[in-house]
Design a protein around this ligand. Structure first.
Ligand SMILES: Cc1cc2nc3c(=O)[nH]c(=O)nc-3n(C[C@H](O)[C@H](O)[C@H](O)COP(=O)(O)OP(=O)(O)OC[C@H]3O[C@@H](n4cnc5c(N)ncnc54)[C@H](O)[C@@H]3O)c2cc1C
Length: 429
């Protein structure tokens, strides 16, 4: 029987009682799978899908269940390329078919609650999944009340964040297509910490690339509450070379801090003035995905504290939190970092289920940004455990040199494509 089942088939199986017995989800003592250990993973993004795949790969005897309501997953990496017209949505969309073929049970539902005492996950349909260890990887949520006048409704209709890839990505791209030549695009990044620190600046670059090619009288203004941003020197140099006079970055002293937004007049009020935009991309401040709050896994910071050796929650035993939702010390909130954490958590869980101590991990991250076709830059780091938690090994990675030659920038752009193809195959393949 294929383990990649539709929501309808899954419900039918649950009703007939076949699912529990066949998939080892309910694991009563009479189950054929009673001896096999059950790991449930919630969230099929970079973190969760990596954890599920590597749990099964490292120990095929494990019963691994991946709970993810979306039938397919559009990656945020390369979604800026879609916004800039360089890729299409199908090119950045992954499915769970290959994971199902590997024996991972894909449950196409949302998880709504967890009972950490009974070790059960409750699904939206009301059904329960039992686990010995649980991995929670719900990604991020937005602070919708961060600016007066801003709301989820406004993001859905006229001021997209495009910071969860999918319809929001398409909306922002369509708005650029519909904008008049000579228009202004406002990009408004959030304060730290947030998903993909270079993301808004790669976006500004690829929006400028689209405008330079299609609407050359237009401009991009970045309203930023931060004094500095990721790869700033490299971005600034690239913008001067590629888009002279087209991208303007305003930090907090120049009115980068937003106070309120107004959908009717398509304007943003900052601490200094009101700025109008023909297209307005508000990327709101962020926190851990809603499920992490519902499960009581967050602390006062709005993110989930974890033991850095195993990514086990320091709040609830037997529950591991990985990816953007967790507090991973010096690691940025990136897809690569989430995937690294998924693999570390998988290895740790396998040891813990055998009564062994997890091995202190080594974690990696590389993040490419494209400024234009054939013009890429990157930042890389290797991370280790230290008394302060997860810290970067000094000198382990670094940035593209500021004086990189054109062929090196071209190579970085090629590496970016290679990185994407490899990581999606590694996780969802
Ligand atoms: C524009 C942009 C560009 C980026 N570029 C890069 C890049 O080049 N390189 C890079 O490494 N990173 C990049 N990132 C960052 C990267 O996308 C994130 O860091 C990564 O997606 C985090 O993975 P995650 O698994 O924590 O969360 P996600 O990938 O968001 O996955 C979370 C999953 O959990 C599911 N979920 C949520 N709640 C529930 C629930 N209750 N029940 C079941 N499932 C649930 C969601 O449906 C989702 O599929 C970029 C981000 C953006 C916005």
């Amino acid at each position: 029987m294929s383990t990649n089942i539709s929501r309808r088939d899954f419900n039918k199986l649950l009703l007939t009682g076949v699912a529990g017995a066949t998939m080892g989800l309910f694991g009563g003592s009479g189950s054929a799978f009673a001896a096999s250990r059950r790991v449930v993973v919630i969230g099929g993004g970079f973190g969760g899908a990596s954890a599920a795949k590597y749990l099964k790969k490292l120990d095929p005897s494990l019963s691994v269940t991946l709970v993810e309501p979306k039938a397919s997953y559009a990656t945020c990496p390369f979604s800026n390329w879609v916004i800039g017209g360089l890729k299409t949505m199908p090119e950045i969309t992954q499915t769970y078919a290959a994971l199902a073929r590997r024996g991972i049970v894909i449950v196409p539902e949302a998880a709504v609650s967890v009972d950490p005492v009974k070790s059960t996950v409750k699904l939206k349909s009301g059904k329960l999944l039992h686990y010995d260890r649980l991995v929670v990887a719900p990604g991020i949520d937005f602070k919708w009340d961060a600016y007066e006048g801003y709301s989820q409704g406004l993001a859905d209709s006229s001021m997209p964040h495009a910071y969860q890839a999918g319809p929001q990505t398409v909306l922002l791209h369509k708005q650029l297509q519909a904008m008049k030549d000579g228009g202004t695009v406002l990009i408004c990044p959030p304060a730290n910490p947030f998903r993909c620190p270079p993301g808004p600046y790669e976006r500004a670059s690829l929006v400028a690339h689209y405008l330079k090619t299609n609407k050359p009288k237009s401009k991009v203004i970045i309203l930023d509450p931060k004094e500095k941003f990721s790869k700033q020197g490299l971005f600034t140099k690239g913008w001067q070379r590629l888009y002279p006079g087209m991208i303007e970055w305003r930090g907090p002293a120049a009115g980068g801090k937003i106070v309120s937004v107004d959908g009717a007049s398509m304007s943003v009020k900052t601490e200094l003035e009101t700025v109008k935009g023909d297209v307005i991309n508000i990327i709101p401040p962020q926190k851990a995905g809603q499920l992490a709050f519902t499960l009581g896994l967050t602390d006062a910071s709005g993110w989930c504290p974890v033991n850095p050796t195993s990514f086990e929650s320091t709040i609830h035993k037997n529950i591991h939190v990985i990816g953007d939702a967790c507090k991973a010390g010096a690691m940025p909130k990136s897809g690569f970092a989430a995937s690294s954490q998924g693999k570390v958590a998988a290895a740790a869980i396998i040891r813990l289920l055998k009564g062994q101590e997890p091995v202190p991990p080594s974690l990696v991250n590389t993040c490419y940004s494209l400024l234009a076709p054939g013009y890429g830059i990157s930042v890389a780091g290797v991370y280790q455990l230290s008394p302060e938690g997860i810290t970067e090994i000094p000198g382990s990675g670094g940035l593209t040199p500021i004086d990189a030659a054109d062929d090196q920038l071209e190579q970085e752009a090629m590496f970016a494509e290679g990185w994407y193809n490899n990581i999606v195959r590694d996780i969802w393949g």
